[in-house]
Design a protein around this ligand. Structure first.
Ligand SMILES: [Zn+2]
Ligand SMILES: [Zn+2]
Length: 152
């Protein structure tokens, strides 16, 4: 799936994580972990800030542990909630395996531009290249475009 990014994207490694919802990133910091950034990557590949999702619950953590081959569910089933949460939060892999069911993009609580674009093309049959041509015909630059659409 093509990523749509706005603004300047540098070639350096310093901007690995960009939130697919708000665009928040690790800009300027090198080699920072998702945990430090308070971000997750969902199983579907989306990067999201913790703040966009409900906190995970015990059942969510247990589901996560079930999927991790380095843990045995039998070892944790009798643990208190706090212990389970601590265990999971200290395992870096949960940051990269955030459940799709809790990801606002995957569960469509947040519909991102990629999803809208796909819908426009595939369902509403809007030809994006025709749209591009129309925009170029009507406006000669982005400032003109912004001005033009304000008067609509
Ligand atoms: Zn965000
Ligand atoms: Zn997702």
């Amino acid at each position: 799936m093509a990523k749509i990014r706005t603004g300047f994207v540098s070639n350096s490694n310093s901007s690995n994580y960009v939130c697919d919802i708000c665009g928040n990133s690790d800009e300027g910091s090198y080699d920072i972990s998702l945990r430090e950034l308070k971000m997750y990557q969902c199983v579907g590949g989306h990067y999201i800030c913790e703040s966009h999702t409900e906190p995970l619950e015990r059942a969510d953590y247990i589901e996560f542990i079930k999927k991790c081959d380095h843990w045995d569910v039998n070892d944790i089933i009798s643990m208190e909630d706090e212990e389970i949460i601590e265990l999971c939060e200290n395992d870096y892999s949960i940051r990269y395996n955030f459940p799709k069911t809790n990801c606002p993009i995957c569960n469509l609580k947040h519909i991102n531009d990629d999803t809208i674009l796909t819908y426009l093309q595939q369902v509403l049959k809007i030809d994006i290249n025709t749209v591009r041509k129309q925009i170029r015909t009507k406006y000669s630059n982005l400032d003109e475009f912004k001005e033009g659409i304000q008067n609509k």
